[in-house]
Design a binder for this molecule. Structure first.
Ligand code: NAP
Length: 248
């Protein structure tokens, strides 16, 4: 059985990724950040053996190391690592208004440094895998050359930092046999409800459905891209859910 670890798997794209891998017969270690959300517990009832729920806050090294220890005890080996977790943070108009710069560090710590913590924490468990795949859910929001937004967004900046971290990791780890996937999920209707029981948004604004894809649609594309081998593993490319390559 192949083993995959997914960060931020409580809901939306992360949860749907867990389902995709379970349906394909993988053993899934689903990172839980939101202790009060029951969706992973419900999935566990359906897959009592194949799904393990692993508490993991990627913004804290000790939490990632404790998660890696749990996976080491339960499986001993990781074949695929998926950094899906993200924080969103603040933005500034940069027209003279005051900005709380401390909030800008929050998504950077989760999205970019979180990827580094995850790789550093789990890499020792991947050395005996014959797959050795490192997958990262990034975003077109971090692409500098085609950036179209006007607000200075901590989220966009953090995804740019993630992309650079990956490029540097790729330079180091690809020659050692690790393979990489850098994925943009498209504009997805992810429901960010504050607490269990809050109404799930309809995604309708003025009678129009906002977003382009449902989380399960992009998770299905991601799973295919993450699992499929490429005969061009010596290149790192940002690819979206429809298969289009982006500059990054
Ligand atoms: N939805 C889109 O249109 C879109 C577009 C481009 C890229 N993406 C990327 O797709 C990925 C999944 O996003 P999504 O749409 O499914 O949104 P999401 O539901 O917010 O997914 C991110 C998950 O990570 C969790 N998380 C936050 N901080 C964490 C931490 N410190 N440690 C571990 N987990 C943490 C979040 O919990 P909380 O909700 O409690 O913070 C949430 O469950 C993200 O990397 C996002 O940047 C999404």
């Amino acid at each position: 059985m192949k083993n995959v670890v997914i960060s931020g798997a409580d809901r939306n794209i992360g949860l749907e990724l867990a389902k995709q891998f379970l349906n394909r017969g993988w053993r899934v270690f689903a990172g839980r950040f939101l202790m009060e959300l029951p969706l992973l517990d419900e999935l566990k009832e359906k897959y009592p053996e194949a799904l393990s729920i692993v508490p993991m806050d990627v913004s804290k090294e000790e939490s990632v190391l404790a998660a890696a220890e749990q996976v080491a005890k339960e499986a001993g080996r990781v074949d695929m690592l998926i950094h899906n977790a993200a924080g969103f943070g603040d933005h500034s108009g940069q027209k003279g208004e005051r900005t709380d710069y401390s909030t800008f560090a929050v998504p950077y710590n989760i999205n970019a440094l979180g990827a580094m913590r995850l790789v550093n924490g789990f890499l020792p468990l991947m050395k005996d895998s014959d797959i050795k795949r490192l997958c990262f859910v990034s975003s077109e929001a971090g692409v500098v050359s085609v950036a179209h937004r006007t607000e200075v967004s901590s989220y966009c900046m953090s995804k740019t930092a993630l992309n650079m971290a990956l490029r540097l990791m790729f330079n180091q780890l690809q020659p050692m046999g690790y393979t990489f996937r850098l994925y943009h999920p498209g504009w997805v209707r992810s429901a960010r409800v504050e607490k269990p029981g809050d109404p799930v948004p309809t995604f309708e604004v003025d009678g129009k459905l906002m977003g382009k894809f449902w989380p399960w649609e992009t998770a299905a594309s991601a799973a295919e891209q993450f699992i499929e081998d490429r005969d061009w593993e010596d290149r790192l490319v940002l690819i979206d859910n429809e298969g289009a390559a982006w500059p990054f």
